[in-house]
Structure formats: structure tokens, C-alpha cells
Ligand binder design. Structure first.
Ligand SMILES: Nc1ncnc2c1ncn2[C@@H]1O[C@H](COP(=O)(O)OP(=O)(O)O)[C@@H](O)[C@H]1O
Ligand SMILES: C=C(OP(=O)(O)O)C(=O)O
Ligand SMILES: [K+]
Ligand SMILES: [Mg+2]
Length: 568
């Protein structure tokens, strides 16, 4: 027997008449209808299939077309082999670089569980990035994956230039004097010389300042200023990598002189953004966001230029200012990244873990996906196994229920990209399972976030459906969503069971691939839920992804409803 709960509002049923409902009540004695505080918002509970079909008839929408059903081979195998409950909930983002840009290498990452491919516009040419985008697209088309593409901007950070010649890196030894210069050099650079991209650098630093390369991988002390050249003595030796980021510190705190006035989105970034829009990337991640204003500006820029305006904007939280304006920035964005690389160069390292927790929780409250990034498995750039500390760090991000984990150098230029991805996958699965078994999840009190009455209904439906799913220990939640909103509201609840998200566009399917617990499918569906469910059940059953008797809760954003049923 199917049981359902429908919320009927003017938004979902514009032609609904109270009269229709009086008739409805009279004719069905087992039906309870309750008028809620807003006129024409009616909550109907039915306990059999017949009354459910009456409800759909009132809503009067039927098209019942057959159609395509898209799911990738990896999800299919995972569902078949491990069953619903053990699918991975935490999503995985891989930065693509020289070691992973080939079609076969990208396919290996997709097979290994990559949900999103990230390209970093700090490195490589636009042609190179276009090649990666095209390969990922081909992979999706040919093999049914929904790997999304995230383009990450360079941003106005201070960084070293390329090291010139054929030298990819250089070693700075203890006590050596190096020159950091804003002059433009011809290649090769003079010995022990580094070029700096920010013109104000030589004016802003002072003798005695500490200069940190890559957040402290190598340290220098400023000893002398000579016009555009700054002489520095190496105090912590190490490897200087091309385009490594530079910060300078005075009396124990970060110096943010005029570089703080640089625009968040540089002119080069705008050209990259145009490129991203033209190539139809799914996400644009903005480096060194300082305020919500820049996000709003970019969102309207994208809306005016991209046909479906469905590129999501991710704010990278990696500066002191982004932490100060955290809530407004996240509210304005479509998601956020805890960019611990630069964040750890801008705030004391020991403050990074609490900042991470705060960012993850704020995103969850505001219903925005969040990615934990940088140095998760740093040692795996060179070694085939991670350190125990790295495994503990990954576990902590999974335990915080971040939406996604990201690989940077590990997948871009490391020696073991596939192994690193396997570590993320297996640690995620193990910690998620442990969390469910031990029921360790502290119930997070989720604030109301809806901005309209109809949104409130969706939110209440998802909160209730997730709670019901946990209490009834159902096998899966099904959500039928056009925009993806209801799917993200369910994901926000972090329920015990996986969420099958059915959407009718490929771009929404790819975007949902960043969010915790969602298994996105593309499916042509109608407003007739009865029809959608029957169609889904038969398609999934035919592929062995569900079986008769599985208990499912279905919600939809066309007919705002909750239905509980066993797969026939
Ligand atoms: N498109 C690319 N081309 C060449 N090297 C890349 C590319 N993307 C990433 N890398 C390499 O991988 C490293 C780690 O990537 P990432 O963390 O994204 O950059 P960064 O270290 O500049 O913050 C980079 O330092 C660079 O050496
Ligand atoms: C992800 C980060 O940004 P990028 O790799 O672009 O410096 C970071 O700083 O952690
Ligand atoms: K970047
Ligand atoms: Mg960064």
C-alpha cells in the first residue's frame, strides 16, 4: 500500500478551487484535509493508491512520455554490488594537470569516483584547458558520466613568476641571499633571482619583514631594498616552485598593504571567465573573495551572458577578509571552498581547523555545497601511501559532512593520482559507514532559510522526509526536481540513506554531482508522480539497481508531496 502526503498550493496548482476540495472530502471518507494558515494551502494525506490518483487528477497534468534515462556505469555497478546504503556520500573533486589531462587518465579518474574535474587557470594555456574540457565532455557523452567542470580563477594574489629556462623548480639553501624583483626579465633569470607579479611589492615590504613562499614551505627575511629589487636571506630552506604564492608578515601578522586593494577579479580573470562561459563550464570558483559584492557582480555578469545562466559560482574562502564577511559571501554564492592552501598562509596555521569547521557549518546552514581543499594527501604527490595524519585529516572533513573533498597537486602533477583518489574514496566510505553505525551524528539544528511560502513548504517537506527516512530506515529517498533545489534541501539534512535525484536536464545533473549524498540521474519526467514513479521503478529494476520490496520515500517539486512506498 502506498502512503502519500501532498501539499497543494496555488504555486503548484494554479487552478485549484476550494469547491473541488469539498467534493473531494465528501467522496473520500478516509482522507483528512487540513486548511493551513494560508488560504488555498492544503495538506492532504492519503492511505491508498486510489485517493492518490484522485489528487493527481485534480492537478490535471499528464503527459506520460517515455524517455531517456541517464546514469553512469560506476554508479550502476556501485548500486548493484554494494546495495543502496553503502554508496559513497562525500563527493570528490580532482584538479587536472599534466599527469591527468589525457582521455585515458581522465577516464581512470572517473572510474575511481571523480565527480568534478577542476582546472586551475593559474597554470596552463586556455587551449590546454579547452582540451581538458572537451575530453571530459566526451567522457560524459560516450560513457554516461556526469563529471562536472569547475574553472578556478587565478585571482589577484602575489606570486612568483616562472623560474625560467628549463628549470621547473629551484632549491633555496639556508643563509643564501635571493633577489625578489618586480622587474621584467628575459629568460633565463639571473642566478638566485625570482620575479614577482605584483608591482607594489618592492614598495610595500620593509627590511625585517618575513617573506613566506607557499604559506611557509620556504621562508626568507628581507635584508635590503634596492628600487625594484628586494634582497632576502633564506631562513627556512626548501623548494621554490613556479608561480608559488607569496605573503609577507610583520610583527607576527600578515601585511595587507595595497595588494588588499587589488580587484578580486583581475582583467586576466575576466578573460578566463569569458572563456569559461563560452566553454559552458558548470562551476566558476573565485579566488581571494573579499566581499559578497564581487559574487553578486559576477552572477549578474554570467546571467547576462550565458544562455541558461546555469553556471554556479563558488567562493573560495582563503583570505582574512573572506572570513570576516563569511556569511554574506556564502549567502551570495552557490557554494564555497575551504581553500586551506592560501588560508593557511593568511591566518596562523593553528586557526585553520576551526575556520574549516565554521565554513562547513555555515554552508550547511545556508544550504550551499562546500568543498574542503588543499594538502589532504600532499605526501601522495611523491609516495604511494598517505601518512596517518593525512588519513585523519580526510576523516575529519568527512565527519564534518563536507559535500566534497578536493585533490590538488596529488592529481594534477603527482605520481599517484589514481591511488590518491582511491584513498579519498575508501576513507570516505569507511567513515560514513562508521558514522551511520555508531549514530554519531549530532543532530544539527537547521535554521529556516526559505524566502517565500512555497520555499517554506519545500523545506518542510525535505526536513520531514529526511527525518521519516531515518526513523523508518528506508532504503532510499527519491526526489524529482527540475532546478535541483529540492535535491539540495534533502542533501542538507544529511539523511542516513542515499538520495536518488531525478532531473530532466544534463546540466542540473552535473551540478548536483557536487552535493553530499546525491546520486543524480537524468530522466524525462512529467508532473504526474504516479507515472514518474512507475517509470523510474521499472527502469531501475530492469538495470538491477533497485528490487521489489525496497522501501522508498519520494518527494517532488512539481507536486509538493511526500510518498512512502515499497518498490512493486
Ligand atoms: N594546468 C596545469 N598545468 C601545469 N601544472 C599544473 C596545472 N594545474 C596544476 N598544476 C600543478 O599542480 C600544482 C597544484 O595545483 P594547484 O593546487 O591547483 O595550484 P597551486 O599550487 O598554484 O595553488 C601546481 O602548483 C602546479 O605545479
Ligand atoms: C585551493 C586553493 O587555491 P589555489 O590552489 O588556486 O591556490 C588554496 O589556496 O587552497
Ligand atoms: K587558482
Ligand atoms: Mg588559493
Amino acid at each position: 500500500m502506498a502512503q502519500s502526503l501532498h501539499f497543494l498550493t496555488p504555486a503548484t496548482s494554479p487552478t485549484l478551487k476550494t469547491q473541488t476540495f469539498s467534493k473531494f472530502v465528501l467522496s473520500k471518507s478516509n482522507l483528512s484535509i487540513r486548511q493551513t494558515r494560508k488560504p488555498l494551502s492544503i495538506c492532504a494525506v492519503s492511505s491508498d493508491l486510489e485517493s492518490k490518483s484522485v489528487t493527481t487528477k485534480i492537478l490535471g497534468s499528464e503527459n506520460g512520455k517515455g524517455g531517456v534515462f541517464e546514469v553512469d556505469a560506476v554508479t550502476e555497478v556501485e548500486l548493484k554490488e554494494n546495495g543502496f546504503r553503502s554508496t559513497r556520500r562525500t563527493k570528490l573533486v580532482c584538479t587536472i594537470g599534466p599527469t591527468t589531462c589525457g582521455f585515458e587518465q581522465l577516464e581512470a579518474l572517473a572510474v575511481g569516483g571523480m565527480n568534478v574535474a577542476r582546472i586551475n587557470m593559474c597554470h596552463g594555456t586556455r587551449d590546454w584547458h579547452r582540451g581538458v574540457i572537451q575530453s571530459v565532455r566526451r567522457l560524459n557523452e560516450e560513457k554516461g558520466y556526469a563529471v562536472a567542470i569547475m574553472m578556478d580563477t587565478e585571482g589577484s594574489e602575489i606570486h612568483m613568476g616562472d623560474l625560467g629556462g628549463s628549470t621547473a623548480s629551484a632549491k633555496a639553501e639556508d643563509g643564501e641571499i635571493w633577489t625578489f624583483s618586480v622587474r621584467a626579465f628575459d629568460s633565463p633569470l639571473p642566478e638566485h633571482t625570482i620575479s614577482v607579479n605584483y608591482e607594489g611589492f618592492a614598495e610595500d615590504v620593509k627590511v625585517g619583514d618575513e617573506l613566506l613562499v607557499d604559506g611557509g614551505m620556504v621562508r626568507f627575511e628581507v635584508t635590503e631594498k634596492l628600487g625594484p629589487d628586494v634582497k632576502c636571506r633564506c631562513t627556512d630552506p626548501g623548494l621554490l616552485l613556479p608561480r608559488a604564492n607569496l605573503t609577507f608578515w610583520r610583527d607576527g601578522s600578515l601585511v595587507r598593504e595595497r595588494n588588499a586593494m587589488l580587484p578580486t577579479i583581475s582583467s586576466k580573470d575576466w578573460l578566463d571567465i569569458d572563456f569559461g562561459i563560452a566553454e559552458g563550464v558548470d562551476f566558476i570558483a573565485i579566488s581571494f573573495v573579499k566581499s559578497a559584492e564581487v559574487i553578486n557582480h559576477l552572477k549578474s555578469y554570467i546571467a547576462a551572458r550565458s544562455r541558461d545562466s546555469d553556471i554556479a559560482v563558488i567562493a573560495k574562502i582563503e583570505s582574512v577578509d573572506s572570513l570576516k564577511n563569511l556569511k554574506e559571501i556564502i549567502q551570495a554564492s552557490d557554494g564555497a571552498m575551504v581553500a586551506r592552501g592560501d588560508l593557511g598562509a593568511q591566518i596562523p596555521l593553528e586557526q585553520v581547523p576551526s575556520a574549516q569547521q565554521r565554513i562547513v557549518q555555515t554552508c550547511r546552514q545556508l544550504n550551499k555545497p562546500v568543498i574542503v581543499a588543499s594538502q589532504l594527501l600532499e605526501s601522495m604527490i611523491e609516495c604511494p601511501t598517505p601518512t596517518r595524519a593525512e588519513v585523519a585529516d580526510v576523516s575529519e572533513a568527512v565527519r564534518q559532512r563536507a559535500d566534497a573533498l578536493m585533490l590538488s597537486g596529488e592529481s594534477a602533477m603527482g605520481q599517484f593520482p589514481d591511488k590518491a583518489l582511491t584513498v579519498l574514496r575508501s576513507v570516505s566510505l569507511r567513515i560514513e559507514k562508521w558514522w551511520r553505525e555508531e549514530k554519531r551524528h549530532e543532530a544539527m539544528e537547521l535554521q529556516d532559510i526559505a524566502s517565500s511560502y512555497s520555499d517554506s513548504i519545500s523545506e518542510e517537506i525535505c526536513n520531514s522526509a529526511a527525518k521519516m527516512a531515518n526513523n523508518l530506515e528506508v532504503d532510499a529517498l527519491f526526489v524529482y526536481t527540475k532546478t535541483g533545489h529540492m535535491a539540495s534541501l534533502l542533501s542538507r539534512c544529511r539523511p542516513d540513506c542515499p538520495i536518488f535525484a531525478f532531473t530532466n536536464t544534463t546540466s542540473v545533473r552535473r551540478r548536483l554531482n557536487l552535493q553530499w549524498g546525491l546520486i543524480p540521474f537524468r530522466l524525462d519526467f512529467s508532473d504526474d508522480m504516479e507515472n514518474n514513479l512507475n517509470k523510474t521503478f521499472s527502469l531501475l529494476k530492469a538495470r538491477g539497481m533497485v528490487k521489489s520490496g525496497d522501501l522508498v520515500i519520494a518527494v517532488s517539486d512539481m507536486l509538493q508531496s511526500i510518498q512512502v512506498m515499497n518498490v512493486p
